[in-house]
Design a protein around this ligand. Sequence first.
Ligand code: MN
Length: 442
Amino acid sequence: MTALRFGSATDIGLVRTNNEDRYLVASPLFAVADGMGGHAAGEVASATAVETLKKAFTDRTPTGLAAAARAANRAVWDEAQASPDLRGMGTTLVALALVGEPGHEQLAVANVGDSRLYRLHQGEFVQLTSDHSLVGQLVASGALTPEEAEVHPRRNVLTRALGVDPDVDVDLVTVEVAEGDRYLLCSDGLPRELADDQMASVLRRLADPDEAARELVDRAREHGGNDNVTVVVIDVVDTDGAAPVGLDKGGEASTTALDTEDLTEPPRAGWWARLRARRSGPPTTRMITPRVIAFFVLLIALVAIAIGGIAYYARQSYFVGIHGKHLVIFQGRPGGVLWFQPTVAERSPVTTTGVLPVHLSELRAGKVETSLGAAREYVANLHHEYEAARSADTVPATTVPTTAPPATTIPSVTGVPASTTLPTVAVTTAPSRSTAPTTAPR
Ligand code: MN
Protein backbone atom coordinates (compact mmCIF):
# COMPACT_ATOMS: atom_id res chain seq x y z
CA MET A 1 0.00 0.00 0.00
CA THR A 2 1.27 3.35 -0.98
CA ALA A 3 1.40 6.29 1.34
CA LEU A 4 2.13 9.86 0.47
CA ARG A 5 3.57 12.60 2.57
CA PHE A 6 3.53 16.14 1.49
CA GLY A 7 4.26 19.75 2.25
CA SER A 8 3.17 23.01 0.77
CA ALA A 9 3.86 26.73 0.73
CA THR A 10 2.54 29.76 -1.08
CA ASP A 11 3.61 33.35 -1.22
CA ILE A 12 2.27 36.49 -2.76
CA GLY A 13 5.74 37.46 -4.01
CA LEU A 14 7.28 40.88 -3.94
CA VAL A 15 5.39 42.51 -6.77
CA ARG A 16 1.79 41.39 -6.77
CA THR A 17 -0.79 42.97 -4.54
CA ASN A 18 -2.81 39.80 -4.15
CA ASN A 19 -2.30 36.08 -4.35
CA GLU A 20 -4.43 34.46 -7.01
CA ASP A 21 -2.86 31.05 -6.54
CA ARG A 22 -4.76 28.36 -4.65
CA TYR A 23 -3.68 24.89 -3.78
CA LEU A 24 -5.28 21.76 -2.51
CA VAL A 25 -3.69 19.13 -0.29
CA ALA A 26 -6.38 16.53 0.32
CA SER A 27 -4.38 13.32 0.09
CA PRO A 28 -4.60 11.38 -2.17
CA LEU A 29 -5.54 14.45 -4.22
CA PHE A 30 -3.28 17.48 -4.69
CA ALA A 31 -3.63 20.48 -6.93
CA VAL A 32 -2.37 23.95 -7.75
CA ALA A 33 -4.46 26.57 -9.51
CA ASP A 34 -3.26 29.96 -10.71
CA GLY A 35 -6.20 32.25 -11.31
CA MET A 36 -6.53 35.34 -13.42
CA GLY A 37 -9.14 37.97 -14.05
CA GLY A 38 -9.98 41.46 -12.91
CA HIS A 39 -11.58 42.61 -9.66
CA ALA A 40 -10.46 39.64 -7.57
CA ALA A 41 -11.92 37.31 -10.18
CA GLY A 42 -8.63 35.44 -10.39
CA GLU A 43 -8.89 34.43 -6.78
CA VAL A 44 -12.49 33.35 -7.26
CA ALA A 45 -11.55 31.28 -10.29
CA SER A 46 -8.68 29.41 -8.64
CA ALA A 47 -10.62 28.87 -5.40
CA THR A 48 -13.68 27.60 -7.24
CA ALA A 49 -11.51 25.28 -9.30
CA VAL A 50 -9.80 23.56 -6.37
CA GLU A 51 -12.96 23.35 -4.29
CA THR A 52 -14.93 21.83 -7.16
CA LEU A 53 -12.10 19.48 -8.01
CA LYS A 54 -12.11 18.14 -4.48
CA LYS A 55 -15.87 17.67 -4.37
CA ALA A 56 -16.07 16.12 -7.84
CA PHE A 57 -13.23 13.66 -7.34
CA THR A 58 -15.35 10.74 -6.27
CA ASP A 59 -14.22 8.19 -8.81
CA ARG A 60 -10.65 7.33 -7.92
CA THR A 61 -9.52 6.54 -11.44
CA PRO A 62 -7.58 8.55 -14.04
CA THR A 63 -10.79 9.31 -15.93
CA GLY A 64 -12.38 10.25 -12.62
CA LEU A 65 -9.67 12.83 -12.11
CA ALA A 66 -10.14 14.22 -15.63
CA ALA A 67 -13.89 14.36 -15.04
CA ALA A 68 -13.33 16.27 -11.80
CA ALA A 69 -11.12 18.75 -13.66
CA ARG A 70 -13.84 19.25 -16.26
CA ALA A 71 -16.38 19.74 -13.48
CA ALA A 72 -14.06 22.41 -12.07
CA ASN A 73 -13.93 24.04 -15.48
CA ARG A 74 -17.70 24.06 -15.68
CA ALA A 75 -18.04 25.53 -12.19
CA VAL A 76 -15.67 28.39 -12.98
CA TRP A 77 -17.41 28.97 -16.30
CA ASP A 78 -20.87 29.01 -14.71
CA GLU A 79 -19.72 31.39 -12.02
CA ALA A 80 -18.16 33.68 -14.59
CA GLN A 81 -21.37 33.76 -16.62
CA ALA A 82 -23.45 34.53 -13.56
CA SER A 83 -21.62 37.70 -12.63
CA PRO A 84 -20.44 40.53 -14.89
CA ASP A 85 -17.57 41.24 -12.49
CA LEU A 86 -16.28 37.73 -12.97
CA ARG A 87 -16.79 37.35 -16.68
CA GLY A 88 -13.65 36.27 -18.46
CA MET A 89 -11.93 34.95 -15.38
CA GLY A 90 -9.98 31.75 -15.68
CA THR A 91 -7.45 29.62 -13.95
CA THR A 92 -4.83 27.02 -14.55
CA LEU A 93 -5.19 23.70 -12.81
CA VAL A 94 -2.67 20.95 -12.31
CA ALA A 95 -3.74 18.01 -10.19
CA LEU A 96 -2.06 14.85 -8.99
CA ALA A 97 -3.99 11.97 -7.45
CA LEU A 98 -3.24 8.49 -6.29
CA VAL A 99 -5.81 6.32 -8.06
CA GLY A 100 -6.71 2.68 -8.39
CA GLU A 101 -7.08 -0.18 -5.96
CA PRO A 102 -4.47 -0.85 -3.28
CA GLY A 103 -1.79 -2.97 -4.86
CA HIS A 104 -2.60 -1.59 -8.30
CA GLU A 105 -2.22 2.07 -7.64
CA GLN A 106 -1.11 4.68 -10.12
CA LEU A 107 -0.62 8.39 -10.06
CA ALA A 108 -2.89 10.33 -12.37
CA VAL A 109 -2.05 13.83 -13.52
CA ALA A 110 -4.55 16.27 -14.97
CA ASN A 111 -3.38 19.56 -16.41
CA VAL A 112 -4.80 22.66 -18.04
CA GLY A 113 -2.65 25.79 -18.36
CA ASP A 114 0.94 26.47 -17.42
CA SER A 115 1.17 25.40 -13.82
CA ARG A 116 3.49 22.44 -13.68
CA LEU A 117 4.16 19.01 -12.30
CA TYR A 118 7.76 17.80 -12.01
CA ARG A 119 9.03 14.47 -10.88
CA LEU A 120 12.32 13.71 -9.17
CA HIS A 121 12.87 10.08 -10.04
CA GLN A 122 16.15 8.32 -9.27
CA GLY A 123 17.91 11.65 -9.18
CA GLU A 124 16.43 12.87 -12.45
CA PHE A 125 14.24 15.96 -12.43
CA VAL A 126 11.73 16.08 -15.28
CA GLN A 127 8.64 18.14 -16.05
CA LEU A 128 5.73 15.77 -16.69
CA THR A 129 3.16 18.29 -17.85
CA SER A 130 3.07 20.35 -21.01
CA ASP A 131 2.50 24.06 -20.72
CA HIS A 132 -0.59 25.26 -22.53
CA SER A 133 0.98 28.51 -23.48
CA LEU A 134 2.11 30.07 -26.70
CA VAL A 135 5.78 29.66 -25.88
CA GLY A 136 5.13 26.18 -24.46
CA GLN A 137 3.79 25.10 -27.82
CA LEU A 138 6.69 26.75 -29.61
CA VAL A 139 9.12 24.87 -27.38
CA ALA A 140 7.24 21.61 -27.95
CA SER A 141 7.44 22.10 -31.71
CA GLY A 142 11.15 22.91 -31.55
CA ALA A 143 10.71 26.50 -32.67
CA LEU A 144 12.05 27.85 -29.38
CA THR A 145 14.51 26.56 -26.84
CA PRO A 146 13.38 26.53 -23.20
CA GLU A 147 15.93 29.29 -22.55
CA GLU A 148 14.46 31.47 -25.29
CA ALA A 149 10.99 30.76 -23.94
CA GLU A 150 12.02 32.10 -20.53
CA VAL A 151 12.58 35.57 -21.93
CA HIS A 152 10.05 35.52 -24.74
CA PRO A 153 7.87 38.64 -24.62
CA ARG A 154 4.73 36.56 -25.16
CA ARG A 155 5.59 33.85 -22.64
CA ASN A 156 2.59 34.91 -20.61
CA VAL A 157 -0.05 34.05 -23.20
CA LEU A 158 -2.03 30.94 -22.33
CA THR A 159 -3.65 28.82 -24.97
CA ARG A 160 -5.80 26.80 -22.61
CA ALA A 161 -7.31 27.51 -19.21
CA LEU A 162 -10.16 26.52 -16.97
CA GLY A 163 -13.34 28.57 -16.98
CA VAL A 164 -13.09 30.35 -20.29
CA ASP A 165 -15.28 27.90 -22.19
CA PRO A 166 -18.06 25.57 -21.07
CA ASP A 167 -15.84 22.62 -21.99
CA VAL A 168 -12.11 22.16 -21.86
CA ASP A 169 -9.58 19.60 -23.01
CA VAL A 170 -7.80 18.17 -20.01
CA ASP A 171 -4.37 16.62 -20.44
CA LEU A 172 -4.34 13.33 -18.57
CA VAL A 173 -1.20 11.36 -17.81
CA THR A 174 -0.71 8.33 -15.60
CA VAL A 175 2.56 7.52 -13.89
CA GLU A 176 3.64 4.34 -12.18
CA VAL A 177 4.07 4.65 -8.46
CA ALA A 178 7.65 4.24 -7.30
CA GLU A 179 8.81 4.50 -3.75
CA GLY A 180 11.23 7.35 -3.26
CA ASP A 181 9.79 9.47 -6.05
CA ARG A 182 9.21 13.08 -5.23
CA TYR A 183 6.68 15.23 -7.04
CA LEU A 184 6.54 18.99 -7.29
CA LEU A 185 3.36 20.83 -8.17
CA CYS A 186 3.87 24.54 -8.71
CA SER A 187 2.46 27.67 -10.23
CA ASP A 188 4.49 29.41 -12.93
CA GLY A 189 5.85 31.84 -10.35
CA LEU A 190 8.42 29.19 -9.37
CA PRO A 191 9.94 28.25 -12.75
CA ARG A 192 9.82 31.90 -13.61
CA GLU A 193 12.41 32.59 -10.93
CA LEU A 194 14.33 29.33 -10.64
CA ALA A 195 15.94 27.15 -13.27
CA ASP A 196 15.18 23.44 -13.23
CA ASP A 197 18.53 22.52 -11.66
CA GLN A 198 18.00 25.06 -8.88
CA MET A 199 14.63 23.52 -8.06
CA ALA A 200 16.07 20.02 -8.26
CA SER A 201 18.91 20.91 -5.94
CA VAL A 202 16.52 22.09 -3.25
CA LEU A 203 14.41 18.96 -3.65
CA ARG A 204 17.48 16.73 -3.33
CA ARG A 205 18.85 18.56 -0.34
CA LEU A 206 15.79 18.89 1.92
CA ALA A 207 14.11 15.63 2.83
CA ASP A 208 11.15 17.12 4.60
CA PRO A 209 8.52 18.06 2.00
CA ASP A 210 7.30 21.06 3.99
CA GLU A 211 10.80 22.40 4.38
CA ALA A 212 11.50 21.85 0.70
CA ALA A 213 8.30 23.65 -0.28
CA ARG A 214 9.10 26.63 1.95
CA GLU A 215 12.65 26.78 0.71
CA LEU A 216 11.53 26.82 -2.92
CA VAL A 217 9.12 29.67 -2.23
CA ASP A 218 11.80 31.62 -0.36
CA ARG A 219 14.26 31.16 -3.20
CA ALA A 220 11.67 32.41 -5.69
CA ARG A 221 11.23 35.53 -3.56
CA GLU A 222 14.97 36.07 -3.42
CA HIS A 223 15.17 35.82 -7.17
CA GLY A 224 12.65 38.57 -7.70
CA GLY A 225 9.29 37.27 -6.54
CA ASN A 226 7.66 38.72 -9.61
CA ASP A 227 4.63 36.52 -9.34
CA ASN A 228 2.67 34.57 -6.77
CA VAL A 229 4.50 31.35 -5.99
CA THR A 230 2.81 28.17 -4.86
CA VAL A 231 4.51 24.84 -4.28
CA VAL A 232 3.26 21.43 -3.20
CA VAL A 233 5.82 18.69 -2.66
CA ILE A 234 4.63 15.08 -2.50
CA ASP A 235 6.77 12.09 -1.59
CA VAL A 236 5.84 8.52 -2.39
CA VAL A 237 6.45 6.48 0.72
CA ASP A 238 5.81 2.75 0.93
CA THR A 239 4.71 2.25 4.49
CA ASP A 240 3.53 -1.34 4.37
CA GLY A 241 0.43 -0.17 6.08
CA ALA A 242 2.10 1.80 8.85
CA ALA A 243 1.59 5.52 8.64
CA PRO A 244 4.81 7.40 9.20
CA VAL A 245 4.77 9.38 12.40
CA GLY A 246 4.36 13.09 12.11
CA LEU A 247 4.30 13.17 8.36
CA ASP A 248 0.74 12.78 7.27
CA LYS A 249 -1.31 15.86 7.80
CA GLY A 250 -4.59 14.09 8.09
CA GLY A 251 -5.65 14.48 4.50
CA GLU A 252 -7.66 17.58 5.12
CA ALA A 253 -8.18 19.95 2.29
CA SER A 254 -6.65 23.29 2.70
CA THR A 255 -6.85 26.11 0.31
CA THR A 256 -4.99 29.27 0.83
CA ALA A 257 -7.06 32.16 1.96
CA LEU A 258 -4.72 34.97 1.33
CA ASP A 259 -5.20 38.52 0.32
CA THR A 260 -8.42 40.12 -0.45
CA GLU A 261 -8.89 42.70 -3.09
CA ASP A 262 -7.14 44.86 -5.55
CA LEU A 263 -7.24 44.95 -9.23
CA THR A 264 -6.73 46.96 -12.21
CA GLU A 265 -7.83 45.35 -15.40
CA PRO A 266 -11.36 44.45 -16.35
CA PRO A 267 -11.89 40.85 -17.29
CA ARG A 268 -12.08 40.05 -20.93
CA ALA A 269 -14.04 37.32 -22.65
CA GLY A 270 -13.33 35.59 -25.90
CA TRP A 271 -10.12 34.03 -27.05
CA TRP A 272 -8.15 34.14 -24.00
CA ALA A 273 -4.76 34.98 -22.81
CA ARG A 274 -3.11 36.63 -19.91
CA LEU A 275 -0.21 38.88 -19.33
CA ARG A 276 2.19 38.92 -16.53
CA ALA A 277 4.63 41.59 -15.60
CA ARG A 278 7.97 41.09 -17.21
CA ARG A 279 10.94 40.23 -15.11
CA SER A 280 12.33 43.73 -15.42
CA GLY A 281 9.00 45.46 -15.83
CA PRO A 282 7.17 47.61 -13.35
CA PRO A 283 5.12 45.97 -10.64
CA THR A 284 1.74 45.22 -12.04
CA THR A 285 -1.07 42.98 -11.07
CA ARG A 286 -1.33 40.12 -13.44
CA MET A 287 -3.87 40.96 -16.01
CA ILE A 288 -6.20 38.99 -18.15
CA THR A 289 -6.14 41.61 -20.87
CA PRO A 290 -5.06 39.81 -24.00
CA ARG A 291 -2.69 42.08 -25.85
CA VAL A 292 -3.06 40.01 -28.96
CA ILE A 293 -6.82 40.41 -28.96
CA ALA A 294 -6.44 44.11 -28.30
CA PHE A 295 -4.27 44.35 -31.38
CA PHE A 296 -6.86 42.65 -33.57
CA VAL A 297 -9.68 44.67 -32.07
CA LEU A 298 -7.75 47.80 -32.95
CA LEU A 299 -7.11 46.49 -36.44
CA ILE A 300 -10.77 45.69 -36.94
CA ALA A 301 -11.70 49.12 -35.60
CA LEU A 302 -9.38 50.79 -38.10
CA VAL A 303 -10.84 48.77 -40.96
CA ALA A 304 -14.34 49.65 -39.77
CA ILE A 305 -13.43 53.33 -39.68
CA ALA A 306 -12.01 53.09 -43.19
CA ILE A 307 -15.13 51.36 -44.46
CA GLY A 308 -17.26 53.92 -42.64
CA GLY A 309 -15.32 56.69 -44.34
CA ILE A 310 -15.79 55.10 -47.73
CA ALA A 311 -19.46 54.57 -47.01
CA TYR A 312 -19.82 58.18 -46.00
CA TYR A 313 -18.01 59.33 -49.11
CA ALA A 314 -20.07 56.95 -51.23
CA ARG A 315 -23.42 57.97 -49.76
CA GLN A 316 -23.15 61.55 -48.67
CA SER A 317 -23.52 63.17 -52.08
CA TYR A 318 -26.22 63.30 -54.73
CA PHE A 319 -26.05 63.43 -58.47
CA VAL A 320 -28.41 64.01 -61.30
CA GLY A 321 -28.49 61.38 -64.01
CA ILE A 322 -30.76 59.98 -66.65
CA HIS A 323 -32.92 56.93 -66.48
CA GLY A 324 -35.14 56.18 -69.43
CA LYS A 325 -36.30 59.56 -70.60
CA HIS A 326 -36.28 61.13 -67.17
CA LEU A 327 -33.85 63.07 -65.11
CA VAL A 328 -33.37 61.27 -61.85
CA ILE A 329 -31.67 62.38 -58.63
CA PHE A 330 -29.49 59.64 -57.20
CA GLN A 331 -27.95 59.39 -53.80
CA GLY A 332 -24.37 58.20 -53.98
CA ARG A 333 -21.55 58.54 -56.47
CA PRO A 334 -21.89 58.04 -60.22
CA GLY A 335 -20.96 54.42 -60.91
CA GLY A 336 -20.90 53.64 -57.20
CA VAL A 337 -17.97 53.29 -54.82
CA LEU A 338 -16.85 49.72 -54.10
CA TRP A 339 -20.08 47.93 -53.24
CA PHE A 340 -21.97 51.11 -52.42
CA GLN A 341 -24.20 51.55 -55.44
CA PRO A 342 -26.19 54.73 -55.98
CA THR A 343 -29.88 54.60 -55.23
CA VAL A 344 -32.72 56.65 -56.59
CA ALA A 345 -33.53 59.52 -54.28
CA GLU A 346 -36.09 61.20 -56.45
CA ARG A 347 -37.46 61.05 -59.98
CA SER A 348 -37.97 64.25 -61.76
CA PRO A 349 -40.84 64.73 -64.19
CA VAL A 350 -38.37 66.60 -66.38
CA THR A 351 -37.31 64.48 -69.33
CA THR A 352 -34.24 64.58 -71.50
CA THR A 353 -36.27 66.51 -74.01
CA GLY A 354 -36.93 69.15 -71.38
CA VAL A 355 -33.32 70.28 -71.10
CA LEU A 356 -30.87 71.71 -73.58
CA PRO A 357 -28.93 68.90 -75.35
CA VAL A 358 -25.65 70.51 -74.39
CA HIS A 359 -26.23 69.20 -70.86
CA LEU A 360 -26.99 65.63 -71.83
CA SER A 361 -23.46 64.24 -71.77
CA GLU A 362 -22.89 65.76 -68.36
CA LEU A 363 -26.15 64.23 -67.18
CA ARG A 364 -25.24 60.87 -68.62
CA ALA A 365 -21.99 60.93 -66.67
CA GLY A 366 -23.87 62.09 -63.59
CA LYS A 367 -23.81 65.67 -62.37
CA VAL A 368 -22.68 65.59 -58.75
CA GLU A 369 -24.31 67.92 -56.23
CA THR A 370 -23.63 68.22 -52.54
CA SER A 371 -27.23 67.82 -51.41
CA LEU A 372 -30.65 66.76 -52.49
CA GLY A 373 -31.74 70.42 -52.53
CA ALA A 374 -28.84 71.40 -54.75
CA ALA A 375 -29.68 68.54 -57.11
CA ARG A 376 -33.32 69.68 -57.31
CA GLU A 377 -32.19 73.20 -57.96
CA TYR A 378 -29.90 72.02 -60.72
CA VAL A 379 -32.76 70.14 -62.41
CA ALA A 380 -35.06 73.14 -62.05
CA ASN A 381 -32.43 75.45 -63.50
CA LEU A 382 -31.86 73.15 -66.47
CA HIS A 383 -35.53 73.17 -67.18
CA HIS A 384 -35.93 76.90 -66.79
CA GLU A 385 -32.97 77.41 -69.06
CA TYR A 386 -34.60 75.19 -71.63
CA GLU A 387 -37.92 77.02 -71.36
CA ALA A 388 -36.21 80.37 -71.67
CA ALA A 389 -34.39 79.19 -74.79
CA ARG A 390 -37.59 77.75 -76.19
CA SER A 391 -39.56 80.96 -75.78
CA ALA A 392 -36.68 82.94 -77.25
CA ASP A 393 -36.69 80.62 -80.26
CA THR A 394 -40.50 80.91 -80.37
CA VAL A 395 -40.89 77.23 -80.35
CA PRO A 396 -44.60 76.47 -80.42
CA ALA A 397 -45.80 76.25 -76.89
CA THR A 398 -47.29 72.85 -77.18
CA THR A 399 -47.08 71.12 -73.89
CA VAL A 400 -46.88 67.40 -73.88
CA PRO A 401 -47.37 66.24 -70.35
CA THR A 402 -45.27 63.27 -69.65
CA THR A 403 -46.07 60.55 -67.26
CA ALA A 404 -43.45 59.13 -65.03
CA PRO A 405 -42.69 55.47 -65.59
CA PRO A 406 -43.45 53.12 -62.74
CA ALA A 407 -40.92 53.32 -59.98
CA THR A 408 -38.41 50.57 -60.27
CA THR A 409 -35.01 50.11 -58.77
CA ILE A 410 -32.30 51.44 -60.94
CA PRO A 411 -29.02 49.64 -60.57
CA SER A 412 -26.93 52.10 -62.45
CA VAL A 413 -27.05 55.44 -64.13
CA THR A 414 -25.11 54.49 -67.17
CA GLY A 415 -26.03 52.51 -70.19
CA VAL A 416 -29.27 54.30 -70.97
CA PRO A 417 -28.96 55.87 -74.36
CA ALA A 418 -30.44 59.28 -74.43
CA SER A 419 -31.82 60.99 -77.47
CA THR A 420 -29.25 63.15 -79.09
CA THR A 421 -31.46 65.31 -81.16
CA LEU A 422 -33.12 68.37 -79.83
CA PRO A 423 -36.78 67.75 -79.57
CA THR A 424 -38.94 70.66 -80.35
CA VAL A 425 -42.23 69.98 -78.72
CA ALA A 426 -41.85 67.73 -75.74
CA VAL A 427 -41.94 70.05 -72.80
CA THR A 428 -42.98 69.60 -69.28
CA THR A 429 -43.92 72.24 -66.85
CA ALA A 430 -44.07 70.45 -63.55
CA PRO A 431 -41.59 71.45 -60.87
CA SER A 432 -38.98 68.91 -60.04
CA ARG A 433 -39.96 67.96 -56.57
CA SER A 434 -42.59 65.34 -56.91
CA THR A 435 -41.71 62.17 -55.18
CA ALA A 436 -40.29 61.37 -51.84
CA PRO A 437 -36.78 60.00 -51.56
CA THR A 438 -36.71 56.25 -51.77
CA THR A 439 -33.67 55.92 -49.67
CA ALA A 440 -32.98 57.59 -46.42
CA PRO A 441 -29.43 58.76 -45.76
CA ARG A 442 -27.48 56.30 -43.64
MN1 MN B 1 1.29 32.82 -11.84
